[in-house]
Design a protein around this ligand. Structure first.
Ligand code: 5RP
Length: 237
């Protein structure tokens, strides 16, 4: 993996933790490779400064990160009100709408984000777009019930999408999510109205959740190629 990309991810992960995380907070812990740097920073602050936080995971991966880092693991039943959720994204548009789910964890990520006071996104420079679909060419991840995937593919084609069933690696057949579902990656080209598209997809029976995160992120950090950092805050309309 390109070292500049890893440095950019690290920069974003550290900045999000240092700006938003305070002692005693309930945190959402997203999934993906950028979040690893944020978790590493939490562990560092726990060891150096005695930081105490409770971490709510969004996936099997983030549960492992929390446990292996020695952080306190919580769940939504005991901690339904999260202060700050730190997560990655596959693409961010100019209004801070997101495509997520490249790692297949979108359902739990969206549940945790929707129960968080603040969703803070950590990303590298490749994720920064004007319009969703401009740079992320793998399509919008949609988690679906396995029984409905064929009819859903046909319906999504009628909506001018090009759906592909995501396959597992090192195993023949579909990828199974942490929740026992399939993922359809649906290319809609450049998405001019992500809010409308999200609503339409969510109306289809069998759709469990979409990877379109609309009006949810409060701030995004983009680590840059040259080692600097830029951030964008959502303007509340
Ligand atoms: C997983 C996600 C990830 O947050 C997203 O894919 C970004 O991952 P990375 O930080 O590895 O680029 O949505 O479902």
């Amino acid at each position: 993996m390109d070292n500049l990309i890893e440095m950019a991810k690290k920069k974003a992960g550290i900045a999000a933790v240092d700006e938003f995380v305070k002692d005693g907070m309930i945190l959402g812990i997203g999934s993906g490779s950028t979040v690893v740097y944020a978790v590493n920073r939490l562990v560092e602050r726990m060891k150096l400064d005695g930081l105490k936080v409770v971490c709510i995971p969004t996936s099997f991966q983030s549960t492992q990160l929390i446990v292996n880092g020695g952080l306190t693991l919580g769940d939504l039943s005991r901690f339904p009100n999260i202060d700050v959720d730190i997560d990655g994204a596959d693409e961010v548009d100019e209004n801070l709408n997101l495509i997520k789910g490249g790692g297949g964890c979108l359902l739990q990520e969206k549940i945790v984000a929707s129960n968080s006071e603040k969703l803070i996104i950590v990303a590298d420079y490749r994720k920064n777009s004007k319009i969703l679909g401009e740079q992320w060419k793998k399509g919008v991840p949609i988690e679906v019930s396995p029984t409905a995937y064929i009819p859903l593919m046909k319906k999504l084609e009628k909506m001018e999408g090009s759906p592909v069933l995501r396959l597992a690696e090192m195993k023949a057949g579909p990828l199974i999510t942490d929740n026992g579902n399939f993922i359809l990656d649906v290319d809609f080209g450049e998405i001019s109205d992500p809010k409308m598209l999200n609503q339409k997809i969510k109306m289809l029976p069998g759709v469990v959740e979409t990877g379109l995160f609309i009006d949810m992120a409060e701030k995004v950090y983009f680590g840059q190629k040259d080692g600097s950092l830029i951030s964008r805050k959502r303007s509340i309309t």
